[in-house]
Design a protein around this ligand. Sequence first.
Ligand code: HEM
Ligand SMILES: *[C@@H]1O[C@H](CO)[C@@H](O)[C@H](O)[C@H]1NC(C)=O
Length: 502
Amino acid sequence: MDSAGLLVYGLAVVLAALFVYLLERRGASTLNAIPTIGPSGRISSCFSAIKFIFHAQSMVQEGYKKYKGGVFKVPMLDRWLVVMTGPQLVDALRKVPDEELSFDHAMQDLLQVKYTFGFEAQDNPYHVLVIRNQLKRNLADLFPEVVDEIEQSFVDNIPNCGNEWVGVQAYSAIMDATCRVSNRLFVGLPLCRSAEFADVQSKFALQVVMRASILNFFPKFIHPILGRLLTNTPSSIQRCMALLRDTIEERLRNVELYGENWPDKPNDMISWLIDVSSKKDRNLRSLCLRILVLNFASLHTSAQGFTHALLHLATHPEFIDPLREEAETVIDQEGWTKASMKKLYKMDSFLKESQRLSGTSLLPMVRKAMKPFTLANGVVIPTGTHVAVASIPMHLDEEFYPHASEFDPFRFADMRQEEGESTKHQLISTSLSYIAFGHGKHACPGRFFASNVMKAMMAHLVINFDIKLKQEGVRPPDQWFQMNCSPNRTAEVMFRRRQPQL
Ligand code: HEM
Ligand SMILES: *[C@@H]1O[C@H](CO)[C@@H](O)[C@H](O)[C@H]1NC(C)=O
């Protein structure tokens, strides 16, 4: 965050504390039965809500330790969040229908959907269908484009210094690569390489989250005014529309003239979105909104996840050799295909282990109780309450992962060696004790795509480069903000053309 952003944030926090006090919004008597981390008074909990912004991890870890298998609550600035812990509750939560514990309604509150995306994207989530179906189905055919964009983006992001080491700011390079690679399939060339396009997409997500959280500080009755002042959606959509107008209008014209399957129809996200959209949604504005929402869901999650993995690799260059050997063996035989990505067991395991130790979301699987929800132990979660699951403490629990605090890159590959286990423990597999992508019905539909892209990106890097940290062996500290664990955004990773083995 820049200093102006911090100032605005700081001001909002102070104002919020005041509002919350004045309007006594923290009445939590219905949640009295649920233990609290930190003080639970109306005012005292405001202070711990501020603490939560920067120390969510230790507060949730404390709760996990004390109440494992049960629930506890942590204070957010505007509400309490009930945290569920342990596999049994993950299982309980995933079985509950949306009418009782709602993903959409939780998002409506958290992201202030009414003022940010607008309800239309939730009412008719055709972009999610496209990820589940078309993107998955077409990925093998489109894989050469993914690989081409990966190669090009690293040519552009890693200066060619031949045999010398060169420092690269990892997060921004990976953000650029991730944006280009996914948008190569979303909107195609040349737009996927446009800096203006990347700027719209990456800022939109940050602004939605930031503005929604500011809005959430304030009482509901001023949302209609403040929401319209704070929203960035109209301007983002305008910018996105300006960039995509020619492409989309031409596609729509071709559908009009020649029907759904016009000759030479490009095989990309825009076409798929047009294919599945209803008449009402088949227009420039709606399609641009979906491109923004897709980038919202995919860009920062993937860029942060991959950067975490790259920093783990740079901290432990001794793992480059095994990954390189595996990638070269497979790719020499089969080339850069989606099928070969499936054979990269070590790579898959490495990325999964990175996500276990350095998950980006401390509290995924957020839901809102639409009616009172009773846990097996009798505790009642009242209507309107938000619940989520403590992921990182479970991923760091010795009960589920031996020597859990250690980065053991091939632990999942080893588990797959055991009989009957070869398809389990993949990066894309979710489980009751691995919830980095969620688990159950709402589990991330983009994880198949993300997993293939991340494996191809990392394979490309280890085949072509030697990699290390400037300060060798010392992983730069993560940056926590609320429930998000970002890799260090200023950290440099050193690259040099791969040197021949002595
Ligand atoms: C490493 C990268 C990623 C991570 C860690 C991640 C994680 C998640 C998580 C935790 C959820 C919520 C699950 C729940 O609440 O139960 C989610 C949902 C979602 N993700 Fe991802 N995601 C990633 C990449 C992507 C990509 C690349 C796309 C799109 C191509 C995507 C699209 C979505 C969508 C659309 C949803 C909402 C699903 C629904 O409405 O049911 N994600 N993701
Ligand atoms: C990120 O890492 C750099 C060193 O690479 C360090 O100077 C900086 O303080 C770190 N940032 C945070 C927020 O920890």
